[in-house]
Write a protein that binds this ligand. Structure first.
Ligand code: BGC
Length: 739
């Protein structure tokens, strides 16, 4: 065999590739350190190319540098799936037929799993879908704290507790970014209501800022390593959050050492000088009022476009502001669009459906489960052989709950509705009556339903309920305007569309009734004492119906725990307690007068019990907590304390329990909540099995934010560790002292 020609070819090829390698510009050479590549690219860019990078070119795209082969950045909402393609320069959908995806459970539902592992899988799966859809940045997750049940966007966030939100946001980001897709944590910060979101000026104490509203963002940046963050629409202490000296320059970039990109919310920039100086890097969506209006305004006129160029040329703002922004944008580009190591991705795979379903299974909260008669067994799981028929009532049993809601709206490839899910298990036993109608999911206004329609739907459902074995009511909120929807807050705490009256009438004719709520928010439940069983089933995305049917039927033992308190009355919620200036503000300004006492911190401290407390969630089995043991009775400032407690499944079904650890400071010189969540473990136990759950109480867990010294501080004295199955169902208390 003559080897010569092939050796020749090989050596020519090697020489060519060596030649090519030596000619690869530093910024394209992935073997070089990131910062070297950033500096190299920056040094090759013209002033205009740099400015161009700092603002949008289309609704969801920002420019790269065509001359240098640096690609554009493509973004998508977020946070529950990859949104359908939007037109280049208006909010219409492009009508593509290849952009349907997996809809994952809403983030409130993810929070209700109390399961960080599932959050990692969520982030990973959504990133795989983003890759297939060729997106570089996913606009999510959101970690604004749940302050009022009226906030139209609570369903996109992770509840009322900063520790819980922090524990869940970190793995979501890690799971996502390992694929070369950036997370964009939002909306930084204090966008805790939709009403007047574009201008309301939020004022609060340093303690509330640091103890309640910032920690989940901080964890997203420092522990999650998020490559981008989205500014909020609102003002914070007089300055818009998207160019805010305190939030962006001081806290995010100086204190937390964030090296990624600050992106505006769409239309969140308002001033060139402030945008140049106060921490904004990328301006998107200007002159579109969120989702609602369009304008012919071109991107050249954006605050960070020609007006910025002019100011730079005149020396009115330093060039260093531009270089800093561009460095960050290049870094983001190298991490995502220009990352050659990233996989190709996939959409609507069985694996992604399994992730969505598993999260759904663990998210559903069994709020109440009583027997119908004194001697009977609890109503759930459904004992189907007891009933000739099962009547499903409610608009949400069949509604596409991924439509509407604002920017998080999704176009799922497949949807299993709750009615589909129940029919798959119970077949012909299932009957259906709509019971009420909610109208179409329209942005900006709500359908008015004629009274005759309301009456006839109700009469039909009540008549059918009389003859049914079991009634499964599936209602709640939806994604219509003024429900769980961006751009406005809810107008009432109660269930809309006549549902309270309907529930009352249904239970009056048939006591075998379970109320399943599909919401992203707490609702008023004046009917709670009249129905034996209540289930919170959230917005669970493509596989919602499977998870709901699995839990109702007992195929899955529920293990979700509420990520927010459900107050009996709206005025029992802290933000509402202080009147209009606290919520929604006077249209210009707002004061967070409840300060650090948000959610259960308020209910506990003011002794105003919630109807259903934070951390609450029942199971089809029972868990017995044993006697706790602690590594010490007294600890010094730098010491940790270890607390262990045995937990046993004393029922006869395998199940998961989230064991929660709260810490309370008994003698503080400042107001402190009675207790605060500092750790939790979710464990799985077969019947009869016992596990010892061990918590480490770290020195930081004892601290409060001291606004006099602007630092975290623990005061010596008596503390208590509370271990419980919810924030009020405390099973063991361990006192200890800090020296
Ligand atoms: C929302 C953001 C969203 C953006 C782009 C804004 O109205 O507040 O959360 O990512 O639009 O759709």
């Amino acid at each position: 065999m003559n080897l010569k020609p092939s050796i020749l070819t090989l050596s020519l090829a090697l020489a060519a590739s060596a030649f090519a390698a030596s000619n690869v510009p530093v910024y394209l050479d992935e073997t070089r350190p990131l910062e070297e590549r950033v500096e190299d690219a920056l040094s090759r860019m013209t002033l205009r190319e740099k400015v161009a990078m700092c603002h949008a070119e289309g609704k969801f795209a920002s420019p790269g540098v065509a001359r240098l082969g640096i690609p554009d950045l493509w973004m998508s909402d977020g946070p529950h799936g990859v949104r359908a393609e939007i037109n280049w320069n208006d909010w219409g959908y492009s009508g593509r037929t290849n952009d349907s995806i997996t809809a994952f459970p809403a983030l409130t539902a993810l929070a209700a799993t109390w399961n960080p592992e599932l959050s990692f899988n969520y982030g990973n799966a959504i990133a795989e879908e983003a890759l297939y859809r060729e997106k570089d940045v996913m606009l999510g997750p959101g970690v604004n704290i749940y302050r009022t049940p009226l906030n139209g966007r609570n369903f996109e966030y992770m509840g009322e507790d900063p520790y819980l939100a922090g524990e869940l946001v970190v793995p979501y980001i890690k799971g996502m970014q390992q694929n070369g897709v950036a997370a964009c944590v939002k909306h930084y910060a204090l966008n805790n209501q939709e009403k007047w979101r574009g201008h309301i000026d939020v004022n609060l104490s340093d303690r509330a800022l640091n103890e309640i509203y910032l920690p989940a963002f901080k964890r997203a940046i420092i522990d999650g390593g998020s490559w981008s963050i989205m500014g909020a629409y609102n003002k914070v202490r007089g300055q818009h959050a998207c160019h805010n000296e305190l939030l962006l320059n001081k806290i995010l970039k100086d204190d937390w050492k964030f090296d990624g990109v600050v992106i505006t919310d769409w239309g969140g920039a308002h001033d060139t000088r402030e945008a140049a100086l106060y921490g904004l890097d990328l301006e998107m969506g200007s002159y579109t009022n969120g989702l609602t209006s369009e304008s012919a305004f071109t991107t050249d006129n954006y605050y960070l476009a020609n007006p910025y160029l002019n100011m730079l040329e005149k020396g009115e703002v330093p060039m260093s502001t531009l270089d800093d922004k561009v460095r960050r944008l290049l870094r983001l580009n190298f991490r995502t669009a220009m990352n050659r190591q990233k996989p190709f991705g996939s959409v609507a795979t069985p694996e992604h459906y399994a992730v969505a379903e598993e999260i759904g299974n663990e998210a559903i909260v069994l709020i109440k489960n009583n027997p119908v008669t004194k001697k009977g067994s609890p109503l759930l799981p459904i004992q189907a052989d007891k009933y000739k028929s099962i009547l499903v009532v409610g608009d949400n049993a069949t509604r596409n709950l991924m439509a509407g809601g604002g920017s998080s709206e999704l176009k799922p490839k497949d949807i299993v509705t709750p009615l589909d899910g129940l029919k798959a298990i119970y077949g012909d036993k299932i009957e259906y009556a709509q019971g009420y109608t909610a109208g179409r999911p329209m942005y900006g206004h709500a359908d008015v339903i004629p009274q005759a329609t309301v009456d006839s739907l109700r009469a039909q459902a009540v008549a059918m309920a009389k003859d049914a074995g079991l009634v499964v009511f599936i209602g709640g909120l939806n994604k219509n305007h003024f429900q769980d929807c961006e751009g406005g807050d809810r107008l009432e705490y109660g269930l809309p569309f006549g549902q309270p009256e309907l529930i009352n009438e249904l239970q009056a004719v048939n006591p075998n009734i379970v109320v399943v709520l599909l919401t992203g928010n707490a609702v008023e439940m004046p009917w709670a004492s009249k129905v034996p069983a209540i289930v919170e089933g959230w917005y669970l995305g493509s596989m919602a119906g499977k998870s709901i049917a699995s839990v109702l039927s007992g195929k899955i033992n529920p293990s979700g725990k509420l990520p927010f308190s459900i107050p009996a009355r709206l005025e029992d919620n802290a933000a509402h307690h202080f009147g209009e200036i606290s919520y929604p503000g006077d249209s210009i300004r707002q004061e967070y007068l409840e300060d650090i006492l948000v959610g259960y911190r308020w209910h506990d401290s003011k002794k105003i019990p919630a109807l259903y407390p934070f951390g609450h969630g029942l199971s089809y089995t029972t868990f017995q907590y044993g006697k706790p043991t602690a590594s010490a009775k007294t600890i010094s400032a730098n010491e940790s304390l270890t607390i262990s407690i045995p937990v046993k499944n004393t029922g006869n079904m395998e199940g998961k329990e989230t064991v929660q650890l709260y810490i309370g400071d008994d003698n503080a010189s400042v107001l402190r909540p009675v207790k605060e969540l500092k750790n939790f473990h979710k464990i799985n136990l077969t019947p009869g099995a016992e596990e010892i759950v061990t918590f480490t109480v770290k020195p930081d867990d004892l601290k409060f934010y001291d606004d006099k010294t602007s630092s975290w501080k623990a005061e010596p004295g008596k503390f208590k560790a509370y271990i419980g199955s919810s924030s009020t169902d405390i099973r063991a208390t361990v006192p200890f002292e800090l020296k």
